[in-house]
Each structure stands twice: as structure tokens, then as C-alpha cells.
Design a protein around this ligand. Sequence first.
Ligand SMILES: Nc1ncnc2c1ncn2[C@@H]1O[C@H](COP(=O)(O)OP(=O)(O)O)[C@@H](O)[C@H]1O
Ligand SMILES: [Mg+2]
Length: 309
Amino acid sequence: MIIQTRNLTRDFDSLRAVDNLSLNIPEGEIYGFLGPNGSGKSTTIRMICGLLTPTSGEVEALGYTIPREAEKLKARLGYMTQKFSLYQELTVEENLQFLAAIQGVPRREQKARITELCGQFHLEKRRSQLAGTMSGGQKQRLALAAAIVHKPDLLILDEPTSAVDPESRREFWEYLFELAGKGMSILVSTHYMDEAERCHRLAIIRKGSLSAEGEPLKLMENLGARVLLAEGRAEEMIHWRRQLSADPLIPGCTQIGNRLRIMVASEVEEPEAWLTRSFPFLGDLERTRANLEDVFVRATHSEHMEEEQ
Ligand SMILES: Nc1ncnc2c1ncn2[C@@H]1O[C@H](COP(=O)(O)OP(=O)(O)O)[C@@H](O)[C@H]1O
Ligand SMILES: [Mg+2]
């Protein structure tokens, strides 16, 4: 395990931002934190990095006890947040030089390392361009290069793609896979389902606690519900969705185009027959495979139910 947390908890006054989070994050993989805004992803990450002290619980990262040994971790950790921490007035090369110096890359190695990074991240032609004049996707690439200038063993990314377009996001993930392929362990937080689906493993976080954990494919297989599609007209669909969502045996119901995506709990033995009986207005039903969004909705729903009880 590259990171382990045990009953990690953090309060901000009366608000419990992270609630008893126990995670085992394996080495050499891309591990995802999936959760909506305010679910505690950044707070958790900051505690893992040693930037924030837990209210209670324990963190171990790369074998170091955090926050006590945070200084030792720092030398082997790359960290990138959603805000680009680049110097807009410096060129690509100057930004990398500056970071290399801060991170303690030996002076005689700096030039070769910067050339290597510019090649790896396709920034050769932009070496003397001011960072501030680059596109969002290019800045993000530079920020990633800067985060790994000292060849860290562990790379932690906090919503690194939230400010860029889908094309740049895809490209960014190709770089991440390349780094993981070379043995770097990566922890990345996101609120995008498609990104979470690319991770080797992921934790779904909801209001500071763990809702589900595992490989995306396994999570989808073990959903504990069947997913069916029903077609309808736009006007009627809204009413249908309301009625269906009120049923406790339907943990999720969302409209996608002109179809309703209905999740039926596994207690129901024959979902088609049950749906037709309970909601006679529904027309033909078609089964479909679960996706990660279903897993997410399901994880969220069971928590709702617990709260109501
Ligand atoms: N320094 C802080 N002081 C007070 N509340 C905070 C602080 N940092 C985060 N929070 C609160 O903790 C909760 C979790 O925030 P955060 O970890 O940033 O979530 P996420 O990164 O998943 O969007 C939110 O309700 C947020 O407002
Ligand atoms: Mg955040």
C-alpha cells in the first residue's frame, strides 16, 4: 500500500468535512476519489500530503507517518491542484527551472531533466513562451510536468482537469497512464464519471465518508440493482420520473434524451414485470448494463434512506 488512512476525520468547527475515512491505496496504480463538490476530497488530500492536521485518525503515505514525517514525504511527492500554480510571467523553461530549484533537483541535472520533460509533454516548441499566453490544456500539461520535475514516487492530483475542455482532459489522462505505466503511483480526485471510470480503483466519497470502493468494473457488476430503459415523450417523462423516484425500490431514475434510465433494487425478482405492474403507463422496457453513474447514484441513495430512518 502506498497510502493508508485509518478513521481519518477532520472537523471545521461544527462541520465534519471528512468522516472516519479508512482507505488502502495500492502502489503503482491510478486511484480515484470521486465525489461531488464539498464531499471532502480536497480536505482528505491535504491531510494525506501533510498540509492539514487531522482532527482524529491516522495517515501513512510511502511508509511515513503523516503529519509527523511530512517533510520526508514532500521530497517524494508530486502535488498538483485545480488552480494552476504557475508563474504566468515566466516562460515554460523558466517555470520548470524554478520548480526544479525549489524541489532540490541538483543543478547539473536540471537542464537535462527540463529537456526530458519538454519532450515527454510536447512542450519543446513552447520552451520560451510565457506560461500566461498558453491555452488551458497547455498550461495544465506544464503544471503536470512541473509537479513531477523531481521524479516523485507518488503523484497527487486534486481535480486537475476541472478547468479544461474535454479534448485536453482526454489527452491529460493519456499522460497519466504513461506515468502510471512507468511505475508512478497516482491519486486523483474528480467529479467526472468518465474520468473515474478510467481509474484502476476508486473510492466514492459522499459527505466526507466512503460510499463505495473498488475497481470500476466490479462496482458496476456488484451494483445490487438492475438498470432498465423506458421510452417516452418529454412532457410525460417528468411526471414519470417523479412517481418512480418516490418508490423505495427504485434507487435511481434519470432522464437521458427521450429515455428514462430506471434502476430497480435487486430485492425485486422480475424487474420488468414488477415495473409494468406498479407503473402501467410505462411502455416497452429494455435492459441495459450498469455504468459508473448508476453506482454513484445507488451509493448516494442508500445514504438518503439511512438519513430518513
Ligand atoms: N478551511 C476550511 N474551513 C472551513 N470549512 C472548510 C475548509 N475547507 C473545506 N471546508 C468545508 O469542508 C467541506 C469539504 O470541502 P472539500 O474538502 O474542499 O470538498 P471537495 O474537495 O470534495 O469539493 C465543505 O463543506 C467545505 O466547505
Ligand atoms: Mg476540492
